[in-house]
Design a protein around this ligand. Sequence first.
Ligand code: ADP
Ligand code: GLC
Length: 477
Amino acid sequence: MMKVLFAASEIHPLIKTGGLADVAGALPVSLRQAGQDVRLIMPAYQGILEKLAPVQAKTNLGDPFGIGDIILLETLIPASDTPIWLVQCQSLFERSGSPYLDQYSKDYADNHIRFAVFSWVTALLASQGNLLGWQADILHLNDWQTGLAAAYLKSWKTEHIPIVSTVHNLRYNGSFPMSLYPDVRLSNELLDLHGLEFYGQFSTLKAALVYSDAITTVSPTYANEILTPEYGDGLDGTLRAHQDKLHGILNGVDYNEWSPEIDNNIAQKYDINNLDLKDENKKALLIENDLSPDLSKPIFGVVSRLTEQKGLDLVLEAMPSVLKSGARLILLGSGDPNLEQAFLQLEKDYPEQVGVRIGYDEAYSHKLQAGVDSLLIPSRFEPCGLTQLYALKYGTLPLVRKTGGLADTVFESGDAANGFVFERADTQSLTDTLHRAMDCFNHSQAWRQRQINGMKYDFSWQKTTATWLNLYQSLLD
Ligand code: ADP
Ligand code: GLC
């Protein structure tokens, strides 16, 4: 049995802003089911403790950063009995709302300290098992919020513990002005070109890439893409230098959360043998959006963070062409205020065909997956993407740009066809693909076959458990 300390800054169902939370909520559970002793560590954001079992132990780690006492709490996630440590520090984590952004949607000015402290505690726990009576064999980091843990371990020169770092999104590289470096209490020795230095700043993600024993990312295609300047976000050189330890392992789906046959969020449960029942969800969603429950034309959907990455500006430009042919669009998203406004404007322009909800709503995201015909994901880059995997399970055909994990999971041609795919990130390519989807919708047999292909495919975490265990094991040999 391997002991793995899994560090993440968001974990579903405790707190979530995107796919990282889904992964951190499911992969450790699946590894535990495979007999491994995986435990979690996350910051104690406001309101988190109410979602957990009563705290079993408390350890005061003092005030080494001069920001108030840091306290480590130990408890369990009730649904899965997974042990979790929470890093409590009043001045850093007791804030309402997003884990990263203030009320104006700006990064907190002290994010470098907040996640340095989280990473510091993670490193302490990983290297000094005697502190809490549990010594990890492997430390598994996720994204920039945890990257400095690898730097602390490097600088402390404690006994080596193998580190795996998973990159969920290279665009968020945790880079901060050099003037803030003293705040994270690391030595200047780590600051050279082969260390934390990143175009005159310091990058916490680069620390993870450089000082880990293995780097994983969340799909095979993205693992190749990030070695190129086009997708490497300035870190492609570093990644090429560490290519021999880079692995692309596709994310999975937690089918206990995402299956139309057991989903309590949706109007009507259904499965592959009762696919006509999906219509009830389509009608319910249209009615909820004050649109006519007419199922003769397709309903396109979007569930997404509204950022440049997701390519939704292309949807704004391409959509009118298919709206004129009778399609509908239902969107749930939040993020960039310009995109939010533009989609609200589209709704005003096409009040009988477009329904837009700005915000974050977990239950409604399930209703939307069940209630649309096709989910649009025209991403400029997509490390893995989970919403297309959820769509497939709900008999909702993903319409995607061929990049990253989307390229690995959605196919337009061949026997395994399960959606629609385009290559170039431009309006014309998306418009053409929307029209192809409209045509296919009119050939109900072809559409149904794609739905069935998608629903049959198994993207469960259990499928990659062996790959993860082999990777961990290879670091211990
Ligand atoms: P990313 O992590 O880049 O945002 P993913 O596709 O991996 O993309 O994961 C997104 C996750 O966040 C999915 O679980 C999706 O359903 C969810 N999600 C995104 N936007 C919203 C929203 N506005 N409301 C509810 N859930 C959302
Ligand atoms: C990131 C990526 C997304 C991926 C998710 C989980 O947020 O943008 O593509 O699915 O992490 O790994």
